[in-house]
Ligand binder design. Structure first.
Ligand code: ATP
Ligand code: MG
Length: 180
């Protein structure tokens, strides 16, 4: 599995529709300060289910919608799509290519899609859980995360290892079953 493409419109500084193609191997994104490099990883984390506006460097979810510039009006909707290559069936869906889309309106309404079929946020989180790409996974290490991992409590560190080892899904299912 690998990330093939990111498409976005209205997400943070990306007012225009952007399409970023990735190929297997290493991709480096370079650019001046404030040009939107981190906004690309924010977009990826957002589609993967990030629910904390703060960790997307805003104060409320609306802050991720393009807020206008000197030459352009603000937009009312932000949308991001990730297209993943799934030839190795790492994601538990019987498709060689999987697209995941998240959309949010200024009104606060959200929409989620897997392969263009409307779904719930939970379906997206479940799809990526234990894939190594989940919202809480170690696949995106943001500025400051390294120190956080090193200094976090043993319990919290353990969650990181559990996701890495692929057992988190089963733990959460067990917990859910115990509540019933
Ligand atoms: P650095 O090299 O400093 O880490 P960077 O390339 O990672 O910079 P980002 O943090 O991705 O830059 O981009 C920040 C830019 O995104 C800022 O100019 C900010 O004004 C813009 N931005 C963030 N949210 C929005 C929004 N909702 N609407 C428009 N622009 C936004
Ligand atoms: Mg940055």
């Amino acid at each position: 599995m690998y990330l093939k493409r990111l498409e976005s419109v209205g997400f943070k500084s990306f007012a225009e529709r952007i399409k970023v193609e990735f190929v297997p191997g290493v991709t480096a994104v370079v650019g001046p300060n404030g040009s939107g490099k981190s906004n690309i990883t924010d977009a990826i984390r957002w589609v993967l289910g990030e629910q904390s506006a703060k960790s997307l460097r805003g104060s409320k979810m609306e802050d991720i919608i393009f807020q206008g510039s000197d030459s352009r009006k603000a937009l009312n909707v932000a949308e991001v799509t990730l297209v993943l290559d799934n030839h190795d069936s790492k994601l538990p869906l019987d498709y060689a290519e999987i697209s995941v889309t998240r959309r949010v309106y200024r009104s606060g309404d959200s929409e989620f899609y897997i392969n263009k079929q409307s779904c719930r946020l939970k379906d997206i989180i479940d799809l990526f859980m234990d894939s190594g790409l989940g919202r809480e996974a170690f696949s995106i290490i943001s500025q400051g995360k390294v120190e956080e991992i090193l200094s976090s409590k043993a319990e919290e560190r353990r969650t990181i290892f559990e996701e890495a080892a692929g057992v988190l899904k089963y733990k959460q299912r067990k917990k859910k079953a115990e509540y019933k």
